[in-house]
Design a protein around this ligand. Structure first.
Ligand SMILES: *[C@@H]1O[C@H](CO)[C@@H](O)[C@H](O)[C@H]1NC(C)=O
Ligand SMILES: *[C@@H]1O[C@H](CO)[C@@H](O)[C@H](O)[C@H]1NC(C)=O
Length: 186
């Protein structure tokens, strides 16, 4: 007759084995990030100096586990700060606009930003729960949604976007996310 202990081990051993393999294959805490790993991963970004400076200046980069997988949520939070700051300016900008085209574009951008913020939040949760590919694809979706806001101003009638600087900064930070995830998923 099978003892309860044996029954338990039949259940527990496969779980343990699965969990050990899972940890080894995805996101096992690895070596600490240092300056040379930042330099290495930033090589693939469009502005390596900016990428290095931004990550180096963020206190979260070296905090906690501080390994390369931790950089996923750090880089997503960097994007989040920039897009949140711009999104917070939009209501005041909208109040000042009187031209119909300008108003419609900024209202559409407000929608785009809401989607971007939601998507970035979901990407953060995904990366935090080790779904790195999911997080990376969500950040690409978020960047492409931000591109719709940006591109609306270059379609006729061409106008200057009141949030052009915020958008440009967000794209530079999305590019850091690309470099970080490229490195994490090597
Ligand atoms: C994004 O920024 C907003 C505003 O600062 C904050 O409330 C939110 O918690 C941040 N989310 C992430 C995922 O960092
Ligand atoms: C940089 O990009 C190249 C080409 O896509 C790739 O082979 C390499 O692994 C990348 N390096 C890093 C650090 O992401």
């Amino acid at each position: 007759m099978t003892s309860p202990i044996n029954c338990l081990s039949i259940l527990v051993i496969p779980l343990l084995v699965t969990s050990i393999f899972y940890q080894a294959s995805v996101g096992q805490p690895g070596i600490k990030i240092d300056d040379s790993s930042l330099t290495y991963l930033c090589k693939n970004s469009t502005d390596p100096t900016y990428c290095f400076k931004t990550l180096k200046a963020d206190p979260d980069t070296f905090a906690g586990i501080g390994d390369k997988f931790h950089l996923g949520i750090v880089s997503i939070a960097i994007v989040n700060r920039t897009v949140s700051a711009t999104a917070a300016q939009i209501p005041r900008i909208l109040e000042k606009l009187s031209d119909r085209v300008d108003k419609i574009r900024m209202m559409d951008c407000k929608d785009d930003y809401n989607v971007v913020l939601d998507t970035v939040g979901l990407a953060y949760v995904s990366s935090d729960s080790r779904d790195y590919y999911g997080a990376m694809f969500m950040m690409q979706d978020a960047a492409s949604r931000l591109g719709e806001c940006k591109n609306s101003y270059t379609a006729p009638p061409v106008r200057a976007s009141p949030i052009a600087d915020g958008i440009a900064e967000a794209f530079k930070k999305f590019n850091i996310v690309d470099a970080v995830f490229g490195y994490m998923l090597l």
